[in-house]
Design a protein around this ligand. Structure first.
Ligand code: TYD
Length: 211
């Protein structure tokens, strides 16, 4: 069983890449569960709404971090660990690296503090691989706006941050990937979905995750 995480700026194509991988796992008869952060549990979904809503009280940066971590603690204990213990693969849309990137990089909270809280929330659980779909801030904004126009959804509180915030987030993801190169796969999100999927399969084979 494997625990795979997908990260990137909003609009980077995480969802479609995850869908392609799910179809591959189904073809191979591999049991998996797909989940996401913040959220993934009933309490986590309530916390998600508190964090991302644009009306009502906004959390301060440290409060925001603690809310993400609270959602994560619940998620790891109730969903991720039980699934892995049963031999089920876990595909997770965002995890600890997002807190380092958004709250550490974006909100300027010390990375050391974020990592310590990540550790506390997860009890030290680490993904086998984190896949980063790297995308420029300009392209991320264009894709978010296109998506918003298409489905009528407005931006959430994090998405509506300035480009300078998202640039810091992007750089933090890249820095994390460089620091732990074996545990990360960086893909250029400008490639077509088919190319990205083939690159993912190749890397999973090379890393003996999916042969
Ligand atoms: P996501 O589910 O990817 O958003 P959407 O469903 O709109 O694509 O993530 C919600 C937002 O929360 C996203 O902007 C990233 C942010 N986030 C953090 O700031 N810190 C975290 O630890 C996590 C998990 C997400």
């Amino acid at each position: 069983m494997k625990f795979l995480v997908f990260e990137g700026l909003d609009g980077s194509g995480k969802s479609s890449l995850m869908r392609s991988l799910e179809a591959e796992l189904v073809r191979r008869g591999i049991a998996f569960c797909r989940t996401r952060e913040p959220g993934g549990t009933p309490l986590g979904d309530e916390i998600r709404n508190m964090i991302l809503r644009t009306e009502g009280a906004s959390p301060l940066p440290r409060t925001e971090l603690l809310l993400y971590e609270a959602s994560r603690a619940q998620h790891v204990e109730q969903v991720i660990r039980p699934a892995l213990a049963q031999g089920t693969w876990v595909l997770c849309d965002r995890f600890t690296a997002s807190s380092v990137a958004f709250q550490g990089g974006g909100r300027d909270i010390s990375e050391k503090d974020v990592m310590a809280l990540n550790d506390f929330a997860t009890g030290g659980l680490k993904p086998h691989l984190t896949v980063l779909l790297d995308l420029s801030v300009e392209e991320s904004r264009a894709r978010r706006q296109g998506r918003g126009a298409a489905n009528g959804e407005s931006e959430d509180r994090i998405e509506s941050e300035a480009d300078s915030f998202h640039e810091k987030v992007r750089q933090s993801f890249l820095k994390q990937a460089r620091a732990e190169a074996d545990a990360w796969l960086v893909l250029n999100a400008q490639e077509t979905p088919e190319v990205l999927f083939q690159q993912l399969l190749k890397a999973l084979a090379e890393k003996n995750i999916l042969k």
